[in-house]
Design a protein around this ligand. Structure first.
Ligand SMILES: [Zn+2]
Length: 260
């Protein structure tokens, strides 16, 4: 299967375009290289540090090609955060495409989910202060050849499509929430999964929707968003937010190139 770098959907390798978002699947191959921009010099994109009050702070102008983010940069230097590695992640720019890739760090690099995103087994999410691991169930047993249902496969078997495991220090599971079809909602004051003590969680924050074959995460209008851990290379777009340690960055067209 090829996992789409744009939307996260899994596709059979025989397809040319992603069945979910329609983008070329070629861009999701590890061998794919973004085309170099026709001009050199000032890059068209920057990372902006997002302050704790939501305002925009320091601008880091990105170069065409590979930019490294970490406590040692060099392109984007993140200081005073023990969860950010010397060389933590890269943003690769070329033409009109941009990719974010975590460099195998312990604490990971997370990308804010825009509207909705299809999730895979083993995905990690940061919502408010919490870190979650998603565990999707394997395929349910097929009915027997004569159409009868396996004894024991009804009831419990069909009541949930996965579990959301909240991780504590050292990745120990401290809470487990069952995800029920058609959807399981999460919020500070309302929803199936309540997070009353986390001020960074909105009253109605997110929903985990079961489509019948896959799990889709929907941001239901939260203030601080849901962040999905980048596994391998993921495509990023103007206006995307990323999270490393406790640092949030906005990927955006730089001021110099605005209106170009
Ligand atoms: Zn796609």
């Amino acid at each position: 299967m090829i996992k789409c770098v744009h939307c996260g959907a899994e596709n059979e390798p025989i397809f040319t375009y992603c069945l979910s978002c329609g983008k070329p699947l070629e861009q999701s191959l590890s061998s794919f290289k973004p085309r170099p921009a026709p001009t050199t010099g000032v890059g068209s994109y920057s990372l902006f540090a997002v302050r704790a009050d939501g305002g925009i702070g320091t601008e880091y102008q990105l170069i065409d090609g590979l930019n490294t983010i970490g406590s040692k940069g060099p392109e984007v230097v993140v200081k005073d955060d023990p969860r950010v590695a010397d060389q933590h992640a890269t943003v690769e720019l070329g033409g009109e495409m941009a990719f974010l890739e975590d460099l195998g760090t312990r604490h990971g690099t997370f990308l804010r989910v825009r509207d909705e995103r299809s999730l895979s087994n083993g995905d990690q999410l940061r919502i408010g202060h919490a870190l979650f691991n998603l565990e999707l169930r394997g395929k349910r047993p097929q009915p027997a050849a004569d159409g009868s249902t396996w004894l024991g496969s009804a009831g419990v078997e069909s009541e949930f499509f996965g579990r959301l495991l909240r991780l504590g220090p050292d990745d120990v599971v401290i809470e487990a929430h069952l995800l029920h079809p058609p959807e399981t909602t999460m919020g500070r004051t309302g929803g199936d999964i309540l997070m009353p003590d986390d001020p960074f969680v909105s009253s109605r924050h997110a929903a985990f929707v079961w489509t019948g074959s896959s799990c889709v995460l929907k941001d239901t209008g939260s203030t601080n968003g849901c962040y999905l851990r980048a596994r391998g290379r993921v495509a990023i777009n103007d206006g995307d937010y990323m999270l490393l340690g406790h640092h949030v960055f906005l990927f955006k067209r730089s001021k110099e190139s605005a209106g170009k």
